[in-house]
Design a binder for this molecule. Structure first.
Ligand code: SAH
Length: 364
């Protein structure tokens, strides 16, 4: 009958690669060489891996492959951000957004197709949850711009589609590859995971990986947060805040980045700002105010810029470093919460033009 499926080596971090090579009767160091070929040099063809013997290359040809997600769409925004849509299977597309700035090149990557968390202001939530991305699909979002599209990447933020802590194992595998000196050598200071706050998985992440933490807070009290970020009903603020504090403990330079989407008349008053200050007391914090990016069918409005600025000033006065995130890439649907990755979704009732655009997906 048919041949066994080939192992996709893009799926494997250093440990897994070494184990794979041992499992096919080879020395672990060959695995390290292959890892370097793939991620440092962007080589996917075994024949081009010239420090492997011909026999080993032939063996690899029969048992393994390096399968990279295909780029189906590659679109620059007017402001310099660049969106890549990758096809991961015949039903699903995912997206990465490249955001060049004065002194860094940030890549925003997705961890799932869709999302199960139902945050009320996020368009990804609308499409529901489709599936977790594999390690290959997550790291493929970095491999592609670096090795195929010639874009340098200095920072990675896991702020695209999906909840990274709901796909912890694969996210950690991909983070290992990002940090590995044989691969992309991205330091822990250059990698950020953004989560809505799945507390047990946050604790587990701390054991498995060392990265920067961003938390989608969006409200200074449980009542409001239950409404905006429903996972709060399961892991309320009195559990979340100490878990975040514990995450950065031991490193004095570290801060938790709190993401706070500014929703007009919902969470943006002076009283909310003062409540937020009290909530974050004693936690080394950076506050990231995100102007709400509207999408069809959403009932929220963006807070006026003066309101955002006043909120920022109040929180700044308490000693919290507060910045307003620039909205970028919105002309190509690449801004925060604009990511939609399912190819066909009949449940969404959008005008056809909008649907065509949104099926290309995106978010930061
Ligand atoms: N699930 C993760 C990461 C994905 S979203 C998380 O919750 O952190 C990345 C950030 O964009 C989150 O802070 C999210 O709350 C925010 N976001 C989602 N929809 C948005 C919208 N419509 N406008 C502005 N920010 C949005």
């Amino acid at each position: 009958m048919g041949t066994a499926q080939k192992t996709n080596l893009l799926e494997l971090d250093r440990k897994a690669m070494e184990a794979f090579f041992q499992s096919i009767g080879q020395k672990a160091f060959h695995g390290r060489n292959v890892l370097k070929w793939i991620h440092k040099h962007g080589v996917t063809d075994f024949d081009a891996m010239t420090d492997l013997s011909k026999n080993l290359r032939q063996l690899l040809e029969t048992v393994a492959e390096v399968r990279v997600p295909e780029v189906v769409f590659d679109k620059p925004s007017l402001d310099g951000t660049h969106k890549y849509v990758l096809e991961v299977d015949s039903h699903n597309r995912i997206e990465a957004v490249h955001i060049p700035d004065d002194n860094r090149n940030t890549l925003c990557v997705s961890s799932q197709v869709g999302c199960a968390l139902e945050c009320s202001f996020c368009s990804t939530a609308r499409q529901g949850f489709n599936r977790n991305l594999s390690v290959a699909e997550i790291i493929g979002q970095l491999w592609t711009p670096v090795h195929r599209l010639g874009k340098p990447v200095s920072n990675v933020v896991m702020m695209g589609m999906g909840e990274p802590l709901a796909n912890l194992e694969n996210v950690v595998g991909a983070l290992n590859i990002m940090q590995d000196t044989l691969c992309y050598s991205l330091s822990k200071h250059k990698l950020t995971i953004s989560t809505s706050g799945i507390v047990p998985a946050l604790r587990r992440l701390r054991e498995l990986s060392d990265v920067c933490l961003a938390v989608s807070l969006h409200a200074p009290n449980n009542e409001l947060r239950n409404e905006l970020v429903p996972i709060n009903r399961k892991y309320p603020l009195e559990e979340l805040i100490p878990a975040c504090k514990a995450f950065i403990e031991g490193d004095k330079r570290r801060k938790v980045t709190w993401e706070y989407v500014m929703l007009d008349g919902v969470n943006d008053s002076d009283a909310h700002a003062r409540q937020l200050i009290r909530l974050l007391e004693g936690v080394p914090s950076k506050l990231n105010l995100i102007p709400f990016n509207p999408f069809p069918g959403s009932s929220y409005r963006t807070s006026p810029p003066e309101r955002v600025e006043r909120f920022r000033q109040i929180t700044m006065k308490s000693g919290i470093i507060s910045i307003t995130r620039k909205t970028r890439g919105d002309d190509i649907d690449a801004a925060c919460g604009q990511l939609v990755g399912r190819v066909k979704d009949k449940s969404r009732r959008l005008p056809p033009a909008q649907q065509a655009m949104e099926s290309q997906g995106s978010a930061i």
